[in-house]
Design a protein around this ligand. Structure first.
Ligand code: ACO
Length: 332
């Protein structure tokens, strides 16, 4: 078996900054409520005339390749995590592949919401460890803003989610890199955080053009309390599983990069693990929750700020719709 290592990270965020103050002009909400419950101060929303999931991802991928000094033509496979692909089908992996001029190589989409990037990393890791590929692009990218109900009716989710893209270049290595990944799901909770449409569960008679005027099924439905309760338990389980698998202790973690679900969830995990502020990377304050993009964006920023040094133990953990949850332990 080979080892796989992240050799480059990149990200891209749309320019448009949406503050809590701006949201309070669209719906009955306020900065104090949002900051107290979620920690979010602002998020980015795309300009539909400029940005797509595929092109934001391509920009993030180019930054990752540049930082890794890897030529785009070396990429042999793409694993693309998103729940907001540009089209209902095909997935956005092929759109990014086209943007990068990589026609012919395989591109796989992963639809595991907030855990999507770790699922994608795990898939790429297996392909490299077994020798099938030497260089794989692993991407998380989302455009949430176009699905949000930005009226008071949708305020419990509209204030949380944001847009963005992050990418990692994973390569075969003779040194340890990705130590282990751990993937879990419990479909009994699928409807606690979901978007119904355009799902095939909707009968044909409800899919007629006049019915489509009822767009409520296209909005995010979230049972916030249930999500919170499960998230804090599953995050901890996934992190402890990763540590136990590698015979490491929580004191060995140099940097935890949690999925940016909600600052309160990150703070809860930090306290349980007894980590200092500088050992947990949070940027939800600036970008909101970008679902599958949140971990690679956070890693890309943490790396640029010098927070991931050679030999450091980096822990990734996520929880989200499905429910799904996952972790990864990395020797940097
Ligand atoms: N602004 C002002 N008031 C609001 C808003 C808003 N944006 N949203 C909801 N409220 C109101 C509600 O209507 C309710 O009013 P009522 O008491 O008159 O009925 C009141 O605030 C409390 O609502 P709750 O839903 O009980 O609020 P809660 O304190 O649970 O906070 C939150 C909601 C922040 C979503 C919380 O449940 C939470 O953090 N859940 C975790 C879910 C999460 O983090 N999801 C992120 C995405 S999923 C993921 O990435 C894992």
């Amino acid at each position: 078996m080979y080892s796989s290592k992240i050799v480059g990270l990149g990200h891209h965020l749309p320019e448009q900054v949406i503050t809590n103050e701006y949201l309070s002009t669209l719906m009955d909400t306020n900065d104090e409520w949002i900051v107290e419950r979620t920690g979010i101060q602002e998020r980015r929303w795309i300009d539909p005339a400029k940005d797509t999931v595929g092109n934001m991802a391509a920009k993030a991928a180019r930054m990752a390749l540049e930082r890794a000094k890897v030529d785009v033509k070396e990429v042999e496979f793409i694993v693309f995590a998103t729940i907001t692909s540009d089209y209902y089908f095909p997935g956005s992996g092929v759109i990014m592949q086209r943007e990068l001029g990589l026609e012919g190589i395989g591109a796989m989409d992963i639809k595991n919401a907030c855990s999507g990037f770790i699922y994608a990393l795990s898939v790429a890791d297996q392909f490299i460890k077994t020798g099938m590929y030497k260089t794989v692009l692993v991407v998380g990218a989302e455009i949430q803003s176009t699905a949000l109900d930005v009226t008071t009716r949708g305020r419990n989710t509209a204030v949380i989610f944001g847009d963005g893209a992050g990418a990692a270049v994973l390569q075969r290595s003779d040194k340890p890199g990705i130590l282990s990944t751990h993937l879990h799901a419990d479909g009994r909770y699928a409807e606690e955080l979901y978007v119904k449409d355009p799902g095939s569960s909707r009968p044909r008679e409800e899919r007629q053009p006049e019915q489509i005027l009822d767009t409520t099924g296209f909005k995010v439905v979230m049972n916030g309390n249930q999500v919170f309760k499960h998230a804090v338990v599953r995050f901890m389980e996934a992190i402890n599983e990763a540590l136990a698998t590698n015979q490491l202790k929580k004191e060995d973690i140099n940097l935890l990069v949690p999925h940016q679900a909600n600052l309160r969830i990150s703070q809860y995990i930090q306290e349980k693990l007894n980590l200092r502020d500088d050992q947990v990377y949070n940027n939800i304050q600036r970008y909101g929750n970008t679902t599958a993009a949140s971990i690679p964006i956070a890693m890309s920023e943490a790396w640029a700020e010098g927070k991931m040094k050679e030999n450091d133990v980096i822990c990734l953990a996520a929880f989200g719709s499905g429910f799904t949850w996952a972790s990864a332990l990395i020797r940097w």
